[in-house]
Design a protein. Structure first.
Length: 379
């Protein structure tokens, strides 16, 4: 057992300025006053700052110079997870975007292997496409866009009960297929979609519970046709991932979404690409060069191609640029994504019995250290 002291503890429910967090066997054993640590328990003095639940990122394409689509194997997952851990992310969904069925099969197999090996930080998988609308494909390769069939459903449900998130266009996928995915425990999100408000409403009724990267690659809000954006903002039960990097979404649009959505339904994602945790430089996607300049990833034809964002920076942006209170920004990075994926009984808060997945932040909200299952690494 070990006690972590001398940091303001943000539990996900409350802020405890004088608390100690006791870790035992990879789990949180107790949260109690710092002056009441049992005799004989080793104490780690954190020297100030903030101790918070480790960040959980549901959309991670790459990091550490690696891209999951390009190398869908367990070694790539290890590299990506280690890169993001430096920025406070203790749990993530490796994300494979629209690609061939062989690549998607390899990606699922890689996640299965990584989880069987106990690779720290790998929680499940996010399959973003290929069942999307070509009109809103963004940087996704049109060659691989395809309708969803029985073989796809089998693949998408093959990782269960491990967390699985699927992004699809509800106007192109039958409601019965969406119901089948949801019934199997898959979390279904609308994204890369040209859906009308009515088509989004039908998707919600069939089992869609979220939208992927709100505002981006979806039909926009207009006065007489609210589109996917309007439907996501208006539907209280719809969770929304959002990329707060200053490139994907205007700060005021982020602020609007935060004001419109009920607490707990807006969460942070990075949509991260290889530059995160690596020297900033160009990378290859679908055999073409993506240029990275000033944190912006752009394809040769000018399309945004993911981001160079990390979760700690997303939290800082929420606080400093948007004006979201720190406690809420931290929940958007941990508690809320855990809740959406059905993991809130395991992680996303600091509470007895939950995984000891933690991040220690300094006064500038920069990570100093992380813990995954109670094992500490400096950042």
């Amino acid at each position: 057992m070990e006690a972590l002291t001398n940091a303001a503890v943000h539990t996900g429910d409350a802020v405890l300025p004088g608390a100690a967090v006791l870790i035992d066997g990879g789990r949180i054993a107790e949260v109690r006053p710092a002056g009441d640590v049992p005799a004989g328990v080793p104490v780690r003095d954190l020297g100030g700052g903030i101790l918070a639940p480790g960040f959980i990122d549901l959309q991670v394409n790459g990091g550490g110079g690696a891209l999951f689509n390009e190398s869908p194997d367990a070694q790539t997952l290890r590299r990506i997870a280690r890169a993001h851990r430096r920025f406070g992310t203790t749990g993530l969904l490796p994300t494979v975007i629209t690609d061939s069925r062989d690549v998607r099969r390899a990606a699922v197999a890689a996640v299965q292997q990584a989880m069987a090996d106990g690779e720290p930080g790998i929680l499940g998988i996010h399959l973003e496409g290929p069942h999307i609308n070509a009109e809103r494909r963004g940087v996704h390769d049109a060659r691989f866009i395809a309708p969803l069939d029985a073989e796809d459903i089998a693949l998408l449900t093959s990782l269960a009960p491990a967390p699985t998130l699927v992004t699809l266009a509800p106007e192109l996928v039958p409601a019965d297929a969406i119901r089948a995915l949801a019934a199997a425990g898959v979390r279904v999100a609308a994204g890369h979609t040209a859906a009308t408000w009515e088509q989004m409403r039908a998707g919600f009724e069939a089992g869609i519970g979220a939208v992927t990267h709100l505002y981006n690659a979806m039909s926009q809000l207009a006065g007489r046709e609210p589109g996917a954006v309007g439907a996501a903002l208006a539907e209280d039960s719809c969770h929304c991932g959002i990329i707060v990097d200053g490139h994907h979404v205007h700060d005021d649009a982020v602020r609007l979404a935060w004001k419109a959505k009920p607490p707990g339904t807006l969460f942070l994602v990075t949509d991260a690409m290889p530059p995160v945790g690596a020297p900033e430089g160009d990378f290859t996607l679908y055999g073409e060069t993506v240029t990275v300049r000033d944190g912006r990833c752009v394809s040769a034809d000018g399309r945004l191609a993911g981001s160079a964002l990390d979760m700690a920076t997303a939290v800082r942006n929420c606080v400093r640029r948007i004006g979201i209170p720190l406690e809420e920004a931290l929940r958007m990075a941990s508690t809320y994504p855990a809740r959406f994926m059905g993991l809130d009984g395991q992680r996303g808060r600091i509470a007895p019995g939950l995984a000891a997945d933690l991040v220690h932040l300094d006064g500038d909200l920069r990570p100093r250290a992380t813990w995954i299952a109670g094992k500490m690494e400096p950042c």
